[in-house]
Design a protein around this ligand. Structure first.
Ligand SMILES: Cc1cc2nc3c(=O)[nH]c(=O)nc-3n(C[C@H](O)[C@H](O)[C@H](O)COP(=O)(O)OP(=O)(O)OC[C@H]3O[C@@H](n4cnc5c(N)ncnc54)[C@H](O)[C@@H]3O)c2cc1C
Length: 414
């Protein structure tokens, strides 16, 4: 069946605008080849299902999955019994195991969350309690001098050591998951956008178009699909676009679609430094919208600082489906980084920060609102058979990816 669908996908460019779109029945469709979509596709394929992954980009992982801190989080920050807490803890275990078994570069380097003033110590104690309740093992409160002995460049009054935290090469991870999914029969179709859909009887009809046809689209006037897919299961894992996309699914009640907010986070790298000043991940106390400007190391030992939080708006559908977000890093933002970083790294030299890259958080709550959990909806929530929506998969989505996949397959496969 999939072979036939593929032929139709390849034929798409020859379909004239006036011709009605061909319709094809398929087993499972995953929208979005970010780390979460890929992990879901692999899991469904391992369960013996025929899977087609559609991504508007030219390859996998061009969205948030390649624009993050690449940290394997332990599961400390999230409210007890939240999906973030459960999937982070489970996902971390699955991820370390997968990386070890598949030679995906990773390193369990551990993390220090630091209080730089006595005023912050109660918050550190809360994090310790929360993490322990979430099932994070090995957390240990350190006196400032103990932490500064481990990290001589660090300045702090107390620190929470999380030995379970680590780093991973996210590109290698996605490459490995894609390979495994393909070996189990999954097909990836790139430059292929989902532009809408409708519910017909018991089945979601999903409208497909070549991404190049969206280039000059105003996002408002009707766009003729070139192919309509009728899957038994469709997983909307379109990341930043997930809410905007299903607003175009006729038959899904809008009350189930959460408002989308976007928070850009910029990174700066440390220039002209031969030896990395830190061996561990160093995090300040979390701030509104993010985890604070922290220190991350990559697997080559290069240091980067970030991400900060900058709320952005004015995102239209075309921009979002084609990942045309503004990912530029304004060098002036460094001015805000220096004082933040110097709270825990006082010897940071003037002029040593260089603009690096930016990512955008797919958030479900806005500035000064309480953080919202991951939202995973199936028919039991919204009443549309075979449709699974993944909304607000921000941090710790990379860490959680394999646990989300496990959950989606266990709960929604019919
Ligand atoms: C600054 C920042 C730092 C982070 N740091 C960490 C961290 O250290 N650890 C951690 O665990 N998590 C972290 N995260 C979170 C993590 O990166 C994300 O949760 C994860 O990458 C989300 O993956 P995804 O597959 O859901 O989305 P994405 O990677 O965004 O993938 C979505 C895909 O959908 C495609 N798409 C969109 N619209 C359409 C359409 N209409 N049709 C077809 N395809 C479409 C896009 O092209 C894209 O490839 C961070 C996030 C940010 C922004």
């Amino acid at each position: 069946m999939l072979k036939h669908t593929l032929k139709s996908l390849r034929r798409m460019s020859t379909t004239t605008a006036a011709a009605p779109a061909a319709k094809e029945k398929v087993d499972c469709v995953v929208i979005g080849a970010g780390v979460v979509g890929i992990a879901v596709a692999r899991e469904l394929a391992l369960k013996g299902r025929e899977v087609l992954v559609l991504d508007s980009g030219p390859t996998f992982g061009t969205g948030t999955s390649s624009r993050n801190s690449e940290v394997i989080h332990a599961g400390i920050y999230y409210p007890l019994n939240s999906l973030k807490a459960i999937f982070c803890v489970r996902g971390r275990e699955l991820l370390y195991k997968y990386c070890s078994e598949h030679e995906v570069p990773h390193n369990q380097i551990g993390k220090l969350i630091v209080a730089t003033r006595p005023l912050e110590i109660p918050k550190l104690n809360d994090l310790m309690k929360r993490g322990t309740a979430n099932g994070v093992h090995g957390l240990r409160m350190l006196e400032g001098f103990e932490a500064m002995k481990m990290e001589p460049e660090l300045q702090c009054v107390k620190a929470l050591l999380s030995p379970a935290s680590g780093i991973v090469d996210s590109h290698s991870l996605m490459l490995s998951l894609v390979g495994e999914a393909e070996n189990h029969g999954t097909t990836f179709s790139y430059n292929t956008s989902v532009i809408g859909g409708h519910l017909e009887g018991n089945c979601m009809n999903v409208y497909i178009s070549e991404s190049k046809n969206l280039q000059n689209w105003d996002g408002v006037s009707p766009l003729q699909p070139e192919l309509t897919l009728i899957p038994k299961l469709v997983v909307n894992s379109a990341g930043l676009s997930a809410p905007a996309l299903v607003k175009r699914f006729i038959g899904l009640d809008n009350v189930f679609i959460p408002p989308a907010y976007y928070a850009r986070g910029c990174y700066f790298s440390l220039a002209n430094t031969k030896v990395a000043p830190f061996k561990h991940l160093i995090y300040p106390i979390p701030e509104d919208g993010g985890l604070g400007v922290h220190v991350t190391l990559d697997l080559d030992g290069q240091i980067k600082f970030g991400p900060d939080v900058e709320w952005i708006d004015g995102i239209d559908d075309t921009l979002s489906f084609l990942n045309r977000f503004d990912y530029s890093v304004n060098a002036n933002r460094a001015e805000r980084f220096y004082p933040e970083i110097r709270k825990y790294y006082p010897d940071l030299r003037d002029g040593s920060l260089q603009p690096s890259y930016a990512g955008i958080r797919p958030k479900l709550s806005g500035p000064r609102q309480s953080p919202i959990d991951f939202v995973i909806q199936g028919e039991d929530t919204h009443g549309v058979p075979g449709l699974v929506n993944l909304f607000g998969i921000e941090s710790p989505g990379l860490t959680s990816s394999m646990a989300i996949a496990e959950y989606v397959a266990a709960k929604f496969l019919r």
